[in-house]
Design a protein around this ligand. Structure first.
Ligand code: AMP
Ligand code: MG
Length: 328
């Protein structure tokens, strides 16, 4: 069984020692919980890929305390990167630049680049600081499944892993993975949408490209099927919901905003109609609907547009995408 730990100074120090011994630690960030390891150690990184069953081509984000530590991970930390860090760090923005050899090649699937991010969570910053070096940390879930936003979610994901320490920092504030911005190319490009949108970034870096089809951007975690529940999942618009429910032959679990009309025998798993709390609760609500025993889960597309709503829609699309027969 994993061990859920209060984030005391003593426990954080112990976890940093464990990281030094090449062993993984689960920790809270403001986006989702992560599974951390020493970004410099191929052996430690290999263990995280193995635990997650993550394809080795899918790169990890290196988590740092601040720009000074980021500069130890990347080459070419320029004025744009500094402006972004000043504006958004610590926060849900990962910046891709050329990789220094200190960050092991295995952690980025052999790429010449690495994404760096400073997470806005005191426990995350304390752990990185106690360790003293960048921590590679993917979301603390099995590859392709719904990301964890509480310590208990992580314990559920890795139930059979003995002694995995999970620092409990409470429910995640943002609830969706970070925006990933590629600054290694001439024109900055968002590879994964998150709480920080193109219009937030443009004042600092100029025009930002936002490819419609994410998986064409060479960013594996953005492949079509990801964040997937075990229940068969479909994405519908609010206006199509009634017709879809009328066709159902068995009770359906519906994830939608509070107030959505979901007649019995179907069940509404309600989300607030407010972007920040909607994003915060989306994954926990999907997990609850997934565990409800329904044969089908319907995700109703968000009611509005905007960075957080769009990031939520992106994850819902991929949760509903048909799973590939191989790989991720
Ligand atoms: P996760 O660790 O689960 O939050 O996923 C991190 C995601 O960030 C990956 O799946 C990629 O989509 C993206 N990413 C991280 N590093 C890079 C990189 N060096 N090049 C391209 N995409 C990256
Ligand atoms: Mg992930």
């Amino acid at each position: 069984m994993p061990i859920i730990l209060e984030p005391t100074l003593e426990n954080i120090t112990r976890c940093a020692e464990r990281l030094r011994a090449g062993l993984p630690v689960a920790f809270p960030t403001e986006t989702v919980y992560g599974l951390a390891c020493d970004a410099r150690s191929e052996a430690a990184v290999a263990e995280v890929y193995r635990m997650k069953r993550r394809p080795s081509s899918n790169p990890l984000i290196a988590h740092v305390t601040d720009p000074a530590m980021a500069k130890r991970a990347v080459i070419g930390w320029d004025v744009r990167a500094q402006k972004l860090a000043d504006a958004f760090w610590p926060g849900p923005l990962a910046i891709i630049l050329s990789r220094r050899s200190d960050i092991c090649a295995l952690s980025v699937g052999g790429r010449t680049t690495v994404a760096v991010r400073s997470p806005a969570h005191p426990v995350a910053l304390a752990l990185i600081s106690a360790f003293g070096h960048p921590l590679s940390a993917p979301s603390a879930n099995r590859s392709g499944r719904v990301s964890p936003t509480t310590a208990q979610h992580v314990a559920d994901e890795f139930a059979e892993i003995a002694d995995l320490p999970i620092l409990d920092g409470g429910p995640c504030d943002v609830g969706l993975e970070s925006t990933v911005l590629d600054l290694s190319r001439a024109r900055p490009m968002i590879l994964r949408p998150g709480a920080i949108g193109a219009s937030d970034l443009e004042p600092f870096v100029g025009a930002v490209a936002t490819p419609g089809i994410m998986h064409q951007a060479g960013s594996p975690g953005t492949s079509a099927s990801h964040y997937a529940p075990s229940t068969a999942t479909e994405l519908v618009t609010e206006s199509d919901l009634a017709a879809r429910l009328a066709r159902a032959t068995a009770p359906v679990a519906v994830v939608a905003c509070a107030g959505t009309n979901v007649p019995p025998p179907h069940t509404l798993h309600a989300l607030p109609r407010h972007a920040a709390t909607y994003a915060q609760l989306l994954y926990a609500t999907m997990r609850r609907a997934d565990a409800s025993g329904a044969d089908t889960m319907l995700l109703v597309a968000p009611p509005e547009r905007g960075a957080l709503w769009d990031a939520a829609l992106d994850r819902m699309r991929r949760a509903a995408a048909r799973r590939p027969t191989t790989g991720a």
